[in-house]
Design a protein around this ligand. Structure first.
Ligand code: PGA
Length: 260
C-alpha cells in the first residue's frame, strides 16, 4: 500500500502567533505521524518560518507554501521565489489551486512553469486539478482534468514526476460542505492514475500520491481515504482545527495499519 499524505491548506488564515499556538496544541495530540503517514501544513508566507520552527519537533510533519513565482528574482512586486520558500524551512508548495486559477489568473502554462521551478529548487510540488460544477454536469470532467494534468506536466521527466504530488479538488466541493462521494473520488483518481500510466508508465504512476480535496473533514475522511487510489487529502477548513486535523491523520494511520 502507498503511504498517505495528509495535507492542510490554511489559505489566508492564521498569523504567526496563531500558527505557533496551533502547533503547541497539535504537539500535545500528535508527537509523530503514524506509520505510513506523512503530514503537511501550508500556512501563508508570513507564517512559514513560525510553522517550520514550531513543528520541528513533530516527526513526519512537513511545511509548505501555497504558491511561488517561477522566476529566480526580478521586478515582480508581491511575488516570492522557490529559494525564499526553502529558506523558511518549508519543503512543499501548492501549485495551481483552483482559487489561484479563478482569482489570480493562474493558467496551465504558469502551473507548468511553477512545477518545474519547484522541482529544480528541491521543493515538492502539490499540483492541483479539478473541474467546475458546470463541467461535471456537462459530463466533461474527465476531459477537463486530463487537459490540466497533461499541460501541467508538459516537459517534466518521469524521474521528476515521481517527486510530485497531485491533488484532485473538484471546485464544487471546495469550502461548500459538499464532498465528492467516495465513488466519485475513486473514479477520478483511477482515471488520473491511468493518465499518469499513459504519460510515464505504471512504475511512476503507482508512486505519485493522489490527494483528494474538497470539504474533507473528520466525518467523511475515513471513507474517502479507504478508496484504493486516494492516497491522502488536501484539507482546507478542517485543517484549521488541530483536533480535526489530528483525527484525519489518525484515520489514515488506522487504514495503513489494516492494509499496509
Ligand atoms: P476545503 O478546502 O477543505 O475547505 O473545502 C480544500 C482546499 O481548497 O484545498
Amino acid at each position: 500500500m502507498r503511504p498517505f499524505l495528509i495535507a492542510g491548506n490554511w489559505k489566508m488564515h492564521m498569523n504567526a502567533a496563531e500558527t505557533r499556538a496551533y502547533f503547541e496544541t497539535f504537539k500535545g495530540l500528535v508527537s509523530a505521524a503514524p506509520n505510513g503517514v506523512s503530514m503537511l501544513l501550508c500556512p501563508t508566507f508570513t507564517s512559514l518560518t513560525a510553522a517550520a520552527e514550531a513543528s520541528a519537533a513533530i516527526t513526519g510533519m512537513h511545511i509548505g507554501a501555497q504558491n511561488l513565482h517561477f522566476e529566480d528574482k526580478g521586478a515582480f512586486t508581491g511575488e516570492i521565489t522557490a529559494e525564499m520558500i526553502k529558506e523558511t524551512g518549508a519543503d512543499h508548495v501548492i501549485i495551481g489551486h483552483s482559487e489561484r486559477r479563478q482569482y489570480y489568473n493562474e493558467t496551465d502554462e504558469t502551473v507548468n512553469k511553477k512545477t518545474k521551478k519547484a522541482l529544480s529548487a528541491g521543493l515538492t510540488p502539490v499540483v492541483c486539478v479539478g473541474e467546475f460544477l458546470e463541467e461535471r454536469k456537462k459530463g466533461i470532467h474527465f476531459e477537463v482534468v486530463k487537459k490540466q494534468m497533461v499541460a501541467g506536466y508538459e516537459g517534466i521527466s518521469a524521474d521528476d514526476a515521481k517527486k510530485t504530488v497531485l491533488a484532485y479538488e473538484p471546485v464544487w466541493a471546495i469550502g461548500t460542505g459538499e464532498t465528492a462521494s467516495p465513488e466519485q473520488a475513486q473514479e477520478m483518481h483511477a482515471f488520473i492514475r491511468a493518465e499518469f500510466t499513459a504519460l510515464y508508465g505504471a512504475d511512476v504512476a503507482t508512486k505519485i500520491p493522489l490527494l483528494y480535496g474538497g470539504s474533507m473533514n473528520a466525518a467523511n475522511a475515513d471513507e474517502l481515504l479507504s478508496q484504493e487510489d486516494v492516497d491522502g487529502g488536501l484539507i482546507g477548513g478542517a485543517s484549521l482545527k488541530p483536533d480535526s486535523f489530528q483525527q484525519i491523520v489518525g484515520f489514515a494511520g488506522e487504514i495503513f495499519a489494516k492494509n499496509g
